[in-house]
Design a binder for this molecule. Structure first.
Ligand SMILES: [Zn+2]
Length: 320
């Protein structure tokens, strides 16, 4: 019997975007680690014989110096997606015209740098806005992948505010970062958004453990493994079992800092989990993906989206 699918994607958050979110003014020079990170990650995926979706930030795609790294993603058989142009996690403050421009600029920059049209969209910092969905649909995006159905978003935000040096204005801008408590009531399984223009857009949420809705994306697993690796494995097994029992085909999320340690990027030493060296993170990631691969066929998100659309009817939710 065929295994159920699970999609794997990576948000290519660059060094500057982590510095910016932390309020470090040196982000303005747009320091980049893509020429180090992308070849490293491609090797890891090659060892695992795995194809995934890389969600790329438009400004990085627009920079000549990242061209080689971005072309090598597509050359290795992976997919590219749109992770916004400026990576500002307050898209809810944008007008419709600004949203359109934000998505268009990123689509164009990513296609011209990588040679491939982005297949879908994920908003920065799980920021999300109904108007955005119709812009995505009109621009031909096959799906949105921006929601994280968990009750823990406000907790993550509190921790972030506590550990960063932000002005009152910056805090106000970021007040929806990582989502609201009510996001926990959103479904874990894929569904369609009913748009105001009468059409629909597929939503593939970042999977959280069905029922209890705690995250199990890889950054969260690394955090658990810091306390105890057996604990992390037990937690992962619970999440996988809950997915299998509820018929949930997970969308599994990765970030560059999942394999990069503070030993490689000293600028980001202050980030949670950066005290774990790169070699340990990489070994953990390979183990986790092999565990997932035993229960699911791991595919890029575009493949997952096509299979979902061809399958059983999905629930429809109003995007209001
Ligand atoms: Zn991001």
């Amino acid at each position: 019997m065929n295994k159920p699918l699970a999609s794997v994607s990576l948000d290519v958050d660059n060094l500057w975007s982590y510095m910016k979110i932390h309020g470090d003014e040196r982000w303005r020079a747009r320091p980049s680690y893509l020429d180090m990170f992308i070849p490293y990650m491609l090797e890891v995926l090659e060892r695992l014989n795995l194809k995934i979706t890389f969600f790329i930030v438009g400004v990085d795609a627009a920079e000549e110096r990242n061209g080689n790294a971005l072309r090598s993603i597509v050359a290795a058989g992976h997919e590219v997606g749109n992770h916004s142009f400026e990576h500002e996690p307050w898209l809810h403050l944008y007008t419709r015209e600004q949203l359109w421009r934000e998505i268009q600029l990123a689509d164009e920059a990513i296609e011209s740098a990588s040679g491939q049209k982005p297949v879908g969209f994920r908003g920065p910092g799980f920021s999300w806005y109904p108007e955005l969905l119709s812009v995505l649909e009109e621009r031909g995006h096959g799906f949105d992948a921006s929601t994280l159905p968990t009750y823990l978003g406000p907790l993550a935000r509190t921790y972030y505010f506590w550990t960063s040096k932000l002005s009152a204005e910056e805090r106000e801008q970021r007040k929806e970062l990582f989502g609201k408590f009510s996001d926990g009531f959103r479904p874990v399984k894929p569904y369609y958004w009913q748009l105001s223009n009468g059409r629909k857009l597929l939503e593939i949420p970042v999977t959280t453990t069905p029922v209890i809705k705690t995250p199990f994306h890889f950054s969260y697993l690394v955090y658990l493994a810091k306390f105890s690796e057996p604990l992390m494995h037990a937690y992962l097994r619970t999440a996988v079992t809950a997915c299998r029992m509820t018929g949930t085909e997970p969308s599994f999320l990765l970030h560059p800092l999942d394999v990069i340690g503070g030993d490689q990027v000293p600028e980001l030493k202050f980030f949670p989990g950066m005290d774990v060296p790169s070699a340990r993170k990489t070994a953990l990631l390979e183990k986790v993906l092999r565990v997932l691969g035993r229960s699911f066929d791991l595919v890029p998100m575009g493949v997952h989206a096509r299979r979902i659309k061809a399958g059983a009817q999905l629930p429809i939710r109003k995007a209001a």
